[in-house]
Design a protein around this ligand. Structure first.
Ligand code: UVW
Length: 318
């Protein structure tokens, strides 16, 4: 472990967008989604077909989460049983109702990460002091993303289908060059400011195999760090990366051994928002059927004050 390079050393010369949108910015590359970009994105709507990208939450089949987190638990507090027992709240006119609450990790479902979610060397996105995270994110919390909302042109890059696999393998990697090759095979081109939506088949696998198999050798497939890849995201002004994996990138960079370096290179340094655990299989099947891989993407996480993330149910309109 002594020979392990630090993420700070790995990213010493990496590009940053700090200060680009002012000293108070908390939404980073979402600033690329200007009104002009939104109007152009609306032109991607062709048929009006809609898809929702959240996995089911508090699902009896399980919630796919990062190891160490647990799935949401929904608890009923009032139902018809209370009325049958003579204990239901009484309303004039006799209406009955049901109530429930839920406990969850805010990153325990399809979610937006706040830009202050991950950092190194004592500074988070935009150079804010890491101490601003103590007791809740005073800076760059998910609330800022929620207040802005995310609307732009989405492009599905179906890496699993491109590689003729139901699901990419444990620790399988791909690069920005692979994304462009995938787009070409799909008959589309990734454009600047596109919201990248990458399907690996990984989350679908969660529902098909045992927990032992899914978590046994937990190295998710995904994008892998290189200076060229980070520069490409920078040059392409990518605002948002959405994947059907739990952490948006290969868990451990096979070259440096650093865990989740793209969280820092993209989120902390460039301000790219990360959306994880997306359900992409229905959308992907439709794109394969009609050949339309670009669409309007709309998402708004919850306005949870000072939170590191929030569940979200993005909507795609084709
Ligand atoms: C971690 O926090 C480890 O990952 P994520 O971004 O998936 O929440």
């Amino acid at each position: 472990m002594d020979d392990q390079i630090s993420v700070g050393d790995l990213l010493r010369d990496a590009p940053r967008n700090w200060g680009k949108w002012g000293p108070e910015d908390e939404v980073g590359s979402l600033n690329y989604l200007t009104p002009e970009v939104v109007v152009a994105a609306a032109g991607s709507i062709k048929s009006g077909k809609t898809f929702t990208l959240q996995v089911k939450m508090a699902n009896p089949a399980g919630d796919p989460v990062w190891p160490g987190r647990s799935g949401a638990v929904r608890t009923t507090v009032i139902d018809e049983g209370h009325y049958l027992a003579g204990k239901g709240p009484q309303f004039a006119g006799g209406a009955h109702y049901a109530d429930d609450y839920m406990t969850c990790f805010l990153q325990g479902s399809t979610q937006y990460d706040a830009l202050g979610h991950v950092w190194y060397d004592d500074q988070i996105w935009n150079g804010y002091d890491a101490k601003t995270t103590i007791g809740g994110l005073a800076k760059a919390s998910v609330c800022a993303i929620a207040e802005k909302g995310v609307v732009g042109r989405g492009i599905l890059l179906d890496m699993a289908r491109f590689r003729n696999k139901e699901c990419l393998d444990v620790a399988e990697t791909f690069t920005h060059d692979d994304l462009q090759a995938c787009a070409k095979a799909q008959g589309v081109e990734i454009q600047p400011r596109d919201i990248l939506i990458i399907r690996t088949g990984w989350i679908a696998k969660f529902y098909k195999v045992s927990r032992e198999e899914f978590y046994g050798n937990f190295v998710e497939p995904g994008l892998t760090y290189s200076p060229a890849l980070v520069q490409w995201f920078h040059d392409m002004e990518i605002p948002n990366l959405v994947t059907d994996t739990i952490a948006n990138e290969v868990t451990t960079d096979p070259v440096s051994g650093v865990t989740l370096p793209l969280h820092n290179a993209l989120m902390r340094n460039l301000g790219v928002t990360l959306t994880e655990i997306a359900w992409l299989d229905d959308l992907a099947a439709d794109c394969a059927a009609d050949g339309q891989y670009t669409f309007l993407y709309v998402a708004a996480p919850l306005k949870v004050v000072q939170a590191t993330g929030s569940p979200v149910n993005p909507v795609v309109i084709k």
